[in-house]
Design a protein around this ligand. Structure first.
Ligand code: PLP
Length: 378
């Protein structure tokens, strides 16, 4: 992308020829050469979006965002359709959620229209970086951070939003290998009235110690319980959780309700809607960890899976609990998990009609570059 970099600008991290990257992008290993930037100043409000070369942020060490944690983010995807066109998935919903995350930290809410425009302009500019394989996407990571430098606890009077684009496979891989998850027995991720619903940087910092210990013990992730009773299942560190139960009358889907302590996943919401379309009974329902244990032992809890933009829909095959491990079914991916993931990806890649109006077309098929051999069908 050197042609876009002004003299003296930091070198973009991305290689210039994307084909090798697009064939095997991994998750957020390669940023494209450009970002979208929107700024906010107390005096002037929001700027227009700019597309700029990827480069370092230069921040004064007294920057408020670094000391007091005013930093929120999103994770959103652009997909290539079968005809080569590129669309953003539920862009306005991600924009709304960024606003809610920001408001919780006394940060300004970017107008949804501006958020969508910044992301659309970036995807249009970086269209040739959108991989074409099933499940692949251009992952967008919008970050909003306080940039004013002055010591003292108060909301910043300036902010910068940078949208980072990455060609990406699903974050746990395109094979959707079932995850091993262990219940967080000591630490708490969120309590009611706290920031659990906000995609704010501090929530992830608070999860790292537990998550890293889980990974050192051979698990992929930690499963968080509520902070008061330590009884109700909430979510994983970056994904929501679903349960499939079968009491003899067919499968039924549940997921914990959003009561302020878990992130309102847009994938979660999409899956609840798709379950309705598929005629699968689905409900938001509190789930006690004791019922999970009993259900796995009796075999009535047939599937557990995680959902999120980055990982899509991934089975949980093994659950660490009380110092032991319980298999979910036989430990492999179940049929409901697979069916819901396929239903979601089929909408995202425009293989089935977009009856919910979730896709925002960014570019038509004509200029798009479908990558031969880049397809990875699940
Ligand atoms: C982002 C996130 C999710 C999933 O949200 P999606 O909108 O589906 O990507 C779930 N839980 C946490 C903690 C998250 O940060």
């Amino acid at each position: 992308m050197s042609e876009t970099a002004p003299p003296g600008a930091p070198a973009p991290t991305a290689p210039t020829a994307p084909d090798s990257v697009l064939r095997d992008p991994g998750f957020c290993r390669h940023a494209t050469g450009r970002v979208a930037v929107v700024e906010w100043e107390a005096a002037t409000g929001w700027s227009e979006p700019r597309i700029e070369p990827y480069g370092n942020l230069v921040l004064d060490p007294a920057t408020l965002g670094l000391h007091y944690g005013q930093a929120v983010f999103e994770g959103m995807k652009a997909f290539q359709g079968a005809d080569g066109s590129v669309s953003l998935f539920r862009a306005a919903d991600h924009g709304r959620r960024l606003g809610l995350s920001a408001a919780r930290l006394a940060m300004p809410e970017m107008p949804v229209e501006l958020y969508v425009r910044a992301c659309t302009e970036l995807v249009a500019a970086e269209e040739r970086w959108v991989p074409g394989g099933y499940g692949q996407s251009l992952y967008l990571r919008p970050l909003l951070i306080a940039t004013e430098a002055e010591m003292g606890l108060r909301p910043s009077r300036s902010y910068r939003c940078v949208v980072l684009p990455y060609p990406a496979d699903p974050c746990f891989g395109s094979g959707f290998r079932p995850l091993a998850v262990t219940v967080a027995s000591d630490a708490v991720r969120a309590v009611r009235g706290g920031t659990g619903e906000s995609k704010c940087a501090g929530n992830y910092a608070a999860s790292l110690l537990t998550r890293t210990a889980a990974q050192a013990a051979g698990y992929d992730e930690a499963l968080w319980l509520d902070g008061l009773e330590r009884r109700w299942v909430e979510e994983l560190s970056t994904m929501n959780v679903f349960f499939v139960r079968d009491d003899g009358d067919g499968p039924r889907l549940t997921t914990p309700p959003c009561d302020g302590t878990i992130v309102r996943g847009i994938t979660r919401d999409s899956l609840l809607a798709l379950a309705g379309d598929l005629g699968l009974p689905a409900a938001e329902e509190p789930t006690a960890i004791d019922d999970v244990r009993d259900g796995l032992r009796s075999g009535r809890l047939t599937e557990v899976f995680a959902s999120g933009t980055a990982g899509v829909v991934v089975a949980v095959g093994r659950l660490g609990l009380d110092g032991g491990d319980l298999l979910v079914g036989d430990g492999t991916e179940g049929p409901v998990t697979r069916r819901l993931r396929t239903a979601l990806l089929d909408v995202q890649h425009a293989r089935t009609p977009d009856t919910h109006g979730w896709l925002l077309p960014v570019t038509g098929g004509a200029g798009a570059t479908a990558i031969e051999g880049g397809g990875r069908h699940a």
